[in-house]
Design a protein around this ligand. Structure first.
Ligand code: ATP
Ligand code: MG
Length: 772
């Protein structure tokens, strides 16, 4: 066994081995990126089992993401012959669920408790607000959800919160909501995500015997990415690992320079204070990096040394200097995406780098859209980690459904998707009724909606459907008089979608708004780039992008797109870090705290240190934000990287620019028959080809929707015959009297007073109106 042991640890250097073999007592491995912390942790576990110090089920290992947990299991499995199934390796949440399932009855819950996700939480909070007769405008469920989460993580119970905020009427009520929310959770035998950790801790604190059983069981406790634990998580680790004798076999690895979850309550002091909390703790520092080239490390060191909150360490490597970092300045995010795609292709073809060994990192999810389009256009396979591809996101699908329905009212799929999104009190029963009617009369559901008066629905439902139809009709009019981007903005607002997103102040909610803004930017950009920029053109363009989505999972060799937060702990041969612009990265404003800028700097440090061999950094002088071109300045972080690390990059003169685009064209000519310019000026080969495919598949060219037929032959007739005072019948609004006519021909409008619907403005050529 000893020989095997030697083998096992022979892949570690002396310091790493010291840490892996460390026998009893607390130990902290504090070390920079790529120094082998995770490697030491897995080897340590394997070594403990192999040398018989503990059985697999006597080890508790905590990681930060499910992906990391699975990877860890795999790596350990490769090192030893034991079955790893009985090992407790998982995220904080997973471990806590396990603990709670066994003994939660000890704190008054049933063992078959349910776990409420964010949506469930919101629903429950809304119920509370309603029950307490509070104004839903003042008391927003999302805001209250964040407050409750925050309070739970600080272990503040409702009573305490109420007492602390007694003088503040609104906060006191919020506290009452929190209180009621807790009661309802309890009645439902439910726990929310924050509860999982808080209740597990409570269970252990209040039940000596349960706690002891775990303390006895877990001979070794190990935590990866320790710098990102928040205070409840920290306390949980502490209570589980610290025996009554004071002894503690806790092994944590972390890097204070990679603490990037401050906004979620992670406390960098957990790592800085480890020595205080665990007396006699052994500290091992690793400085030798096995991941990256010297130049990449010099860049990382140069950046991170500007932070004050750190223990201070320098990374070095025995590797060679390696390639200079390629700093790329572009005119806009399109060019950024194009350059990246071209360079990826070059790395792939010239340097034989697999696509799966390349990654594009960005600060915010919204950046992915332009990047994805670039990759799709250049035919580079990609996948997105920890997020849906841009065109697969719910909000984007929703807005696309609106556009598709407005374009083609026969589209029942889109109709169904958005009829009640945002909520407009059109329930399942109503939709079913309309569906049945449509089926019987063999018409699309939208057309069937015009007959809503005959369907025997409640007056409220009837009105909701009429309003919906009127809204879509109005948008159909707007479509023809507005530019594409104006029109999509109108859809975003008129449908109430924007309002719905604005009420959601959670992180997810805000990212949905960012995505929508990004979508509007895409539309604006499309409009500027293409002459044929009607809604139909745009839809065939974007639907194509959305469709590419579905195929990628089967693709093995593809590049990875991910946020820097989700790239933590990972490594790639070739890394592109994008958007190095003030306001984007660092993502802070002038008056933000110094602390925030330090966290942003740590994030940049994480990004840079993901690269093994080749690092590209991009920034753009202009970026489309919320549909506007915004000029950008390059990030302060770039000035912190020693200039000798960069490939020479002087401000580009026009001549150089020409040269650049010439080179890019050459780069492309290896594989493609078209160039950058051609893409910009019209349809590329791939686009043209796919467009045809698309038309075949979804019968887009079949433009015989019933409304456009009407448009062709009825307008003139109508306006010729109609006059103020005439009575008309509108398909959805019933009988009305024309009050006023204005405009001419196709643009002729009428003000009509409907008997039951009040006064409406309609475009005569499009409104489903008959003279009676
Ligand atoms: P991060 O801070 O980014 O999580 P880390 O400190 O956990 O990094 P690892 O991911 O464990 O670092 O290691 C980085 C890379 O270096 C891995 O590819 C690992 O296999 C390799 N490595 C670490 N130590 C050694 C060693 N002694 N010999 C050879 N390769 C090593
Ligand atoms: Mg690691």
């Amino acid at each position: 066994a000893n020989g095997g042991n030697m083998d096992l640890l022979s892949g570690l250097n002396d310091k790493q081995r010291q840490a892996a073999e460390h026998d009893k007592g607390p130990i902290l491995v504090i070390a920079g990126a790529g120094t082998g912390k995770t490697r030491v942790l897995t080897h340590r576990i394997a070594n403990i089992i192999k040398t018989g110090k503990a059985k697999p089920w006597e080890i508790l290992a905590i990681t930060f993401t499910n992906k990391a947990a699975n990877e860890m299991k795999e790596r350990i499995g490769q090192l030893i012959d034991f079955s790893i199934d009985k090992m407790w390796i998982g995220t904080f949440h997973a471990i806590c669920v396990r603990i709670l399932r066994r003994d939660i009855d000890r704190i008054g819950y049933d063992k078959n408790f349910v776990i409420y996700d964010t949506d469930d939480q919101k629903t429950l909070i809304k119920d509370c607000i309603k029950e307490m007769n509070l104004d839903t405008k003042t008391y927003n469920a999302n805001v209250i959800r964040s407050i409750i989460s925050n309070e739970k993580n600080n272990r503040n119970m409702p009573d305490k919160f109420i007492a602390e905020n007694f003088g503040n009427f609104n906060l006191r009520n919020t506290g009452e909501v929190y209180s009621l929310y807790e009661k309802k959770l309890k009645i439902a035998n439910a726990l929310d995500f924050d509860d999982l950790i808080v209740k597990a801790l409570k269970l252990l604190e209040m039940n000596e015997d349960v706690l002891e059983s775990y303390r006895e069981r877990f001979k070794y406790v190990l935590v990866d990415e320790y710098q990102d634990t928040n205070s409840v998580q920290y306390n949980l680790v502490k209570i589980l690992s610290k025996k009554t004798t004071g002894e503690s076999n806790i092994f944590v690895v972390g890097d204070e320079d990679q603490s990037i979850y401050g906004w979620r309550g992670a406390d960098i002091n957990n790592i800085l204070d480890f020595e205080k909390d665990f007396e006699g703790a052994k500290i091992v520092k690793l400085e030798k990096n096995y991941r990256s080239t010297n130049i990449i490390l010099n860049a990382a060191n140069g950046v991170i040394k500007n932070n004050c909150q750190r223990k201070g360490k320098n990374l070095y490597t025995d590797f060679e200097d390696g390639n200079l970092i390629n700093l790329i300045e572009t005119d806009n995010e399109k060019e950024e995406a194009f350059m990246i795609s071209a360079l990826m292709r070059k790395e792939h073809n010239k340097n034989s780098i697999n696509y799966s060994d390349m990654a594009i990192l960005y600060r915010t999810n919204a950046q992915s859209r332009a990047l994805e389009e670039g990759l799709i256009r250049e035919g580079i396979p990609y996948k997105i980690v920890g997020g849906l591809k841009f065109y697969g996101r719910k909000e984007i699908k929703d807005i696309m459904s609106y556009l598709m329905l407005i374009q083609n009212q026969k589209d029942d799929i889109s109709y169904n998707r958005i009829i009640n999104v945002p909520r407009r009190k059109i329930g399942k029963k109503t939709v079913d009724t309309i569906y049945e009617h449509a089926r019987r009369s063999e018409v699309p559901m939208f057309e069937a909606s015009y007959d809503v008066l005959e369907l025997g629905l409640t007056p409220a439902a009837t009105k909701s459907v009429q309003d919906f139809v009127a809204m879509i009709e109005m948008l159909m009019i707007k479509k023809d008089v507005m530019s594409l981007s104006e029109f999509i903005q109108a859809v975003y607002e008129d449908t109430g979608y924007r309002k719905m997103l604005l009420t959601d102040t959670t992180v997810e909610g805000r990212s949905r708004i960012e995505n929508m803004e990004e979508f509007l930017s895409a539309a604006k950009d499309f409009e500027e780039r293409y002459e044929e920029n009607s809604l139909e053109d745009f839809l065939s363009h974007t639907s194509l992008l959305a469709d590419v989505d579905k195929t990628d999972d089967t693709e093995k060799d593809c590049v990875t797109l991910l946020t820097i937060h989700s790239a933590k702990g990972l490594e790639y041969d070739t890394v592109f870090v994008t958007g190095l612009e003030e306001g984007m990265f660092p993502m802070i404003r002038k008056d933000d705290e110094e602390e925030d800028s330090e966290e942003e700097r740590r994030l940049f440090y994480v990004a840079v240190t993901r690269a093994k061999r080749m690092l590209y950094i991009t920034y753009s002088n202009e970026r489309m934000v919320f549909g506007h071109h915004e000029s950008r300045h390059k990030s302060r972080f770039l000035d912190e990287i020693p200039s000798e690390c960069f490939e020479e990059s002087t401000p580009q003169s026009i001549a150089e620019k020409k040269m650049k685009s010439f080179e890019m064209n050459n780069l492309f000519s290896e594989n493609k028959s078209y160039s950058n310019r051609e893409v910009k000026s019209g349809h590329s080969f791939i686009e043209a080809k796919n467009k045809n495919l698309f038309k075949g598949a979804i019968s887009f060219s079949d433009n015989t929707n019933y409304d456009s037929e009407k448009r062709v032959d009825s307008p003139k007739l109508k306006s010729d015959k109609l006059a103020a005072g005439d009575k008309v019948m509108h398909k959805a609004w019933g009988i009305g009297t024309i009050v006023q006519l204005s405009g001419e021909g196709e643009g002729q409008k009428a003000v009509i007073a409907f008997e039951n619907k009040g006064i409406k403005n309609v475009m005569l050529s499009y409104a489903p109106i008959e003279k009676v």
